[in-house]
Design a protein around this ligand. Structure first.
Ligand SMILES: [Zn+2]
Ligand SMILES: [Zn+2]
Length: 327
């Protein structure tokens, strides 16, 4: 049965975009279904009954069932994109594929979650996260982990590799920043990019420094924005608020300006009064946020502060219990 409000649109040829509900402020994530060639899903969703049902309905609307899925390509390891990967693998026997960089980092996190959590928490405390938030952070991580069903085996894709999709060959792109091994798929003839969360039309993709990420995610992301600007796709399929956006080049410039404004803000704030990243995050994001929001705010602030530190524009000193940034 097809749900009456099924949000399924044809993007190109046999490639369809399905809007799958997620319990996050973005409300939906884009799951692509390619019915031509090997039947392929690009991204899944968080493992919830609603998402399972929505994908099942989307497949059914295209005359497909779980066992027909032969391949799953995941743009990046975030729970709203990867959560159901293991479920699809079990139900269909499909090969799950991700960029090689992402397998060794983000994807591994879901398997080593319990071992990594103390390091993850310590990293945030070393940057000023208050003790009372540490406990809720653990609870929230546990809740998220319960909605992620990791794949038992993931095949690596490499930057520059060509993959067949919707009757043509697409180039695998590495678009780091929002996630270390964020993958894009580029169809030059159609000037069409499958972008995941590397660029989004309405929100600035979170760029955060965590315990196990590459050392300079913001530096990575600024390079990714340059890459997207040069690529200048006519259309991009995006993870949220899509499924399709135009004006990628202009949006990439806008996001770069936005990050430069934040860098200026952090540089000035830390020069005015030496502070740890958590205090800087309260200045940069002064509004009321829940624990998840405060964690994103801290990681985002830290990505900016650490970028400035690596450029030699901010100094960082260990003071008793936490790192302090100063001019
Ligand atoms: Zn994401
Ligand atoms: Zn996302």
């Amino acid at each position: 049965m097809t749900a009456p409000d099924l949000a399924l649109t044809r993007v190109h040829g046999t490639l369809h975009a399905l809007q799958v509900p997620i319990p996050y402020p973005m409300k939906t994530v884009t799951v692509l279904i390619d019915t031509g060639g090997p039947v392929t899903l690009i991204d899944t969703a968080l493992d919830t009954p609603e998402a399972r049902g929505a994908i099942e309905d989307g497949l059914a609307a295209l005359g497909l069932h779980w066992p027909d899925v032969e391949r799953v390509i995941i743009t990046h390891h975030h729970p709203d994109h990867y959560g159901l990967a293991g479920v699809v693998e079990e139900r269909s026997g499909a090969a799950v594929q991700m960029l090689d960089v992402e397998i060794g980092r983000g994807e591994r996190y879901w398997h080593l979650w319990e071992e990594w959590l103390p390091g993850h928490t310590k990293h945030m405390q070393d940057h000023g996260l208050p003790r009372e938030l540490v406990e809720t952070l653990g609870q929230e991580s546990r809740r998220t982990r319960a909605r992620v069903h990791p794949a038992s085996r993931v095949e690596p894709l490499r930057e520059g590799q060509m993959v067949p999709l919707a009757g043509s060959e697409w180039e695998v792109l590495w678009l780091p920043g929002h996630a270390d091994g964020h993958l894009g798929l580029w169809n030059e003839a159609e000037s069409l990019l499958i972008a995941g969360d590397a660029i989004l039309p309405r929100i600035s993709p979170n760029v955060g420094l965590y315990a196990y990420t590459r050392p300079d995610p913001l530096g990575d992301y600024l390079q990714t924005l340059g890459k997207l600007e040069a690529l200048n796709p006519a259309r991009a399929v995006v993870g949220h608020h899509g499924p399709v956006m135009e004006g990628v080049q202009a949006r990439a410039r806008q996001l770069r300006d936005h990050h430069h404004e934040r860098l200026d803000f952090i540089r000035a704030e830390a020069a005015r009064q030496p502070r740890h990243a958590y205090d800087l995050s309260l200045a940069m994001f002064p509004r009321d946020l829940n624990t998840a929001g405060r964690r994103f705010a801290l990681a985002e602030t830290l990505a900016h502060a650490e970028h400035l530190h690596l450029l030699g524009q901010l100094a960082r000193t260990w003071q008793g219990e936490a790192w302090v940034y100063h001019g």
